[in-house]
Every structure is written in structure tokens, then in C-alpha cells.
Design a protein around this ligand. Structure first.
Ligand SMILES: [Zn+2]
Length: 349
């Protein structure tokens, strides 16, 4: 069963009487004069799998096409996406951008950011809170506070920062440098555990980009390989009747890359990233900027500051989009998508 047919059958079930708990209780069923309570598509989602593909230059998707990156293209075909989202403005490196994804904050601590400016295994500052100089919550703490289980699967050791920062909110942390083994452990986890949120970090394109050049032939083969691993995870959701009708998948990147690096935050190839969302209620093949024409604006080739209105879609929207899909409030103190206005379903007709 494909995701779309699963959604259709789920909605059909709802129509014949599986009224969600949030439906207005005062509307008597069968009264033709009253409107049918609208079933929020969001209500179907109780689990989110977030995938970050480290160092994915969006040009690689055009270059490799559907034939060589079928799973990434399938995510775009079956959901809402853009290949013109933005990283954090300040930095186009791994740990600062990933920390933005899970906190919904900018980088710069003096203006309310998470303060994680480094990109290595250092133990000082020991936590995100120490870097920010204040309490910093995350998608993990919000999901855990609501009683949901969370897990982190990362392929770089520096992600241990998160476990130190939110030790009680991340139920399982697996750090495995081999991306294939990591994808398999995500597949096992999807089968064996009930969770509201999983964060998966796949490092392969970045690692090969540093060794052989971003957008080089070997880099492009690494993107093909990571596409297959994304397929392992997405197929684990879609082939599971328990998961498919209630799980959303979000995919983005920390940065792109061109030539031997991705560290210059002024370069389009570094600050332009993909942002894809698929799952129950998300219209197939939709453009995120078209779905959000009132609140978000396609930045063209511009880098864009945080002052720009409407803002671009950013990788840092991930935390609050996750919480929105799970019907939970935004991360306290967050900035990106903090009013939960990044829509992934069409407005009611
Ligand atoms: Zn890198």
C-alpha cells in the first residue's frame, strides 16, 4: 500500500465514524443542517521521522535526476517541498545548523540564538544551554514533556552534545558512523518501538565531499547511496500498516557544498538546502512556497537575514513543524516557525 492510498483509506475510515477526539462533541452526527466536523489532517499524525542529509547540494538532485535519486524524488512527489530553503544565516556548518533544526533558534547567542558556533567534539561549553547562556528547550524536550518517546540516530560523534543538553528528553541515542548500519538501526527501531519523534542524521555526502570535492563524480555517487538509505527508512514507514497512516517524514540538510568546502556562509551552494515533508494530509507534489504564499517567500538566490519578511523556509523550521504536526505547542524561546505558520496541508475549502 502506498502512502497516498493509506491516507485515503484512513480518511475513509474517519468518515464512517472513527471521529477523532478533538472533533466538536456538540455536533450531532447525521444532522444534515450542520456541517460535518472537519477532520484536521494533522490529527492523524502522532509520529515524525526527521532526516537530515549532511552536505546535500540541491543541484545534485537535478543532476542525478529521478533515475539515480528515486527516493528523494519520491518524497517530493508524494509531499510538499522546496529545493530553495535556507540554512541558518550566520554559519553553513554542521553542528550549528543541526542545533538550529532541533531548537528553532538562530545561531548567535547575543540575539537569542542557541550559541553553538563550533563544529567539533569539544566538551567546553558542555551543553547548548552553556553556549546560549540561558535555558534552551528543543523539539526533544517538548515531545518528552507531552509524554512522547524520542530517539536520535547520528553519524557524527559531535551530536553527543544534544544528549548532554537534553539528557532526560532523548530516550535513545545511537551514534554510528557507518550510514548503512545507522539506517538499518532506524528501520529496526521503527519496527520495535513506539515513538513520537526520531531524528536521523546521515553524513555520507558531506564525508565524501570533503575527501573528493562536493559535486564531484564520487560525491554524486555518495548522494545516490544516501538516497538508497533514505529509501530504507521511508520504506520501513510505508510498508508498515501501523505507521503509514500516522507518520510524517521531514527531510532537510545542514548545508550544501561546492568544491572542497561548505564553510563560506555567503555562497548559494552552501546556504541553499532542500526541505521536504510527506505524510498524512500533505498534498502530493506541492511546492512549500505556493502552499505558504502569505507567510513565506521564495528568496530567489538571496542569502536572506532573519529580518526579511516574508521569511524563507529554513532548515530551522523543522522543530516547530514537527511539534505542529504532533499538535504540540512551539519550542519556548524559538524563532523559526515559532507561530507554527509553516503549513503542509491546504487551507480548508
Ligand atoms: Zn562538512
Amino acid at each position: 500500500m502506498t502512502l497516498r492510498t493509506a491516507i485515503a483509506s484512513l480518511l475513509a475510515c474517519t468518515a464512517v465514524g472513527l471521529v477523532p477526539t478533538s472533533a466538536p462533541a456538540q455536533v450531532p452526527s447525521g444532522d444534515p443542517t450542520l456541517p460535518t466536523p472537519r477532520v484536521s489532517a494533522d490529527n492523524a499524525v502522532d509520529s515524525v521521522v526527521a532526516i537530515s542529509v549532511d552536505g546535500l547540494n540541491t543541484d545534485a538532485l537535478d543532476k542525478l535526476g529521478r533515475a539515480r535519486t528515486p527516493h528523494l524524488h519520491d518524497l517530493m512527489d508524494s509531499g510538499a517541498s522546496t529545493l530553495n530553503a535556507r540554512t541558518e544565516h550566520e554559519l553553513t556548518i554542521t553542528l550549528p545548523n543541526h542545533t538550529g533544526m532541533v531548537t528553532g533558534r538562530r545561531v548567535e547567542a547575543t540575539t537569542g540564538g542557541h550559541g553553538v558556533t563550533w563544529n567539533d567534539d569539544r566538551r567546553r561549553p558542555a551543553t547548548v544551554q552553556a553556549a546560549a547562556g540561558q535555558r534552551v528547550e528543543s523539539v526533544f524536550t517538548q515531545v518528552a514533556a507531552a509524554g512522547g518517546s524520542t530517539a536520535l540516530f547520528a553519524s557524527k560523534t559531535k551530536f553527543s552534545l544534544w544528549k548532554r543538553s537534553w539528557p532526560l528528553a532523548i530516550d535513545t541515542t545511537r551514534i554510528q558512523l557507518d550510514n548503512s548500519l545507522l539506517a538499518r538501526s532506524v528501520r529496526r527501531d521503527l519496527r520495535d518501538h513506539e515513538r513520537a519523534f526520531r531524528f536521523v542524521h546521515l553524513s555520507l555526502p558531506d564525508a565524501v565531499g570533503h575527501d573528493h570535492g562536493f559535486m564531484s563524480p564520487r560525491y554524486l555517487r555518495a548522494v545516490e547511496q544516501v538516497d538508497r538509505l533514505v529509501g530504507v527508512i521511508v520504506d520501513a514507514v510505508r510498508s508498515d500498516n501501523e505507521l503509514v497512516g500516522r507518520t510524517a517524514i521531514i527531510l532537510t540538510s545542514d548545508h550544501g557544498g561546492l568544491g572542497d568546502s561548505h564553510s563560506d556562509a555567503r555562497k548559494l551552494a552552501n546556504y541553499r538546502v532542500a526541505f521536504m515533508v510527506a505524510g498524512p494530509g500533505v498534498p502530493a507534489g506541492a511546492d512549500l512556497y505556493e502552499l505558504n504564499a502569505d507567510d513565506y517567500g521564495d528568496p530567489g538566490k538571496r542569502r536572506t537575514t532573519y529580518r526579511r519578511t516574508p521569511p524563507p523556509v529554513r532548515n530551522g523550521d523543522l522543530a516547530n513543524l514537527t511539534l505542529d504536526l504532533l499538535d504540540l505547542p512551539a519550542v519556548p524561546g524559538s524563532e523559526h516557525n515559532s507561530s507554527l505558520d509553516l503549513d503542509v496541508s491546504p487551507p480548508p475549502a
